[in-house]
Design a protein around this ligand. Sequence first.
Ligand SMILES: Cc1ncc(COP(=O)(O)O)c(C=O)c1O
Length: 401
Amino acid sequence: MTFLESDTLKRVKPSPTLAVTAKARELARQGKKVISLGAGEPDFDTPENICDAAIKAIKRGETRYTDVDGIPELKAAIVEKFKRENGLTYKTTQVSVSPGGKPVIYNAMMASVNVGDEVIIPAPYWVSYPDMVLLAGGTPVFAVGEMADGFKLKPETLEAAITPKTKWLILNSPSNPSGAAYTEAELKALGEVLKKYPHVWILTDDMYEHLTFDNFHYTTIAQVVPELYDRTLTMNGVSKAYSMTGWRIGYAAGPEPLIKAMSKIISQSTSNPCSIAQWAAVEALNGPQDFIPQRAAVFQKRRDLVVAGLNAAEGIYCPVPEGAFYVYPSIEGLIGKTAPSGKVIQTDEDFASELLQTETVAVVHGAAFGLSPFFRISYATSEAVLTEACERIQRFCASLK
Ligand SMILES: Cc1ncc(COP(=O)(O)O)c(C=O)c1O
């Protein structure tokens, strides 16, 4: 039987990270001790008060359909969160909740992007942005950040990428994969450019807001450039900060017409996010927040361990990121060297593949995130595992001739 592949599906490429993951699984099946540093989720448990709130919700019978874009109690908690943490004022009618941050972005694209519309995506980028734009019929336009600038988008690079067809700029701070976070001054500088182009909307993905280090002062663009409030969708979620990746709750706040348009998409696709998970998210946002900086401190320690361990590896240079739980080291110093297998390392994909074969450490190559020659490590795992991983990477680099 011929599979009836749609034109929409043809626009999308399979996840470039899948090849590495599949290979890692295969090696593990063969009994090899694989260290997988590919996962994008905290290794902490969901706090108990949040789990208890979910159990109570089940027992209360909160098990039915809800409003498609979120229960009023969760929307109120989100409004409070934006006021408390970001100094942003929204009405509940400006809030949309979906099953994770990912569908929030997808709904925004589906609700607003027409064929031919351009969406500016700073590289290196989270792997899903370009394909979500493509699914919506739009054209991703990549604005590349340099390592020397901490992988951040510069105002002049942004301005050069804007055309009359630009619909959105997607900002992500702290960033997956680089861990880079924009300072208030950097956001203001981007804001100066954006003020000149009122047709450009801004989607800011703030998923890693609470994972910043060294007393970084976190701000989001609608807060520091109020002139952009009317065309900014500020997206966030409970997945990373509250260790709730499996609960599937993400949210955004922005202009009411956009929120309404997203609700129409939701009503004909996913419908409401899980009722129980929504009540858990109410507790997450309204309950105690003290464990968040404690967990961030653990991540900072791991970051320092990984940065030092990688910088001790011959040919690798690892900058120090401001947040998230990723590092994005350069392997420029290894290009052209020969691995023990006889393969010449020509790309970051070769590097990741040979590292996996030789030392069974799984990392994701930079090309998957739109900037080479780099690789991404997720350090959301124990210090013991990270130490072992760094030792293996050092041994691998030393073995290259
Ligand atoms: C930058 C970024 N945005 C959004 C998401 C999606 O989060 P969620 O699991 O809530 O869909 C992720 C998850 O990896 C991410 O890294």
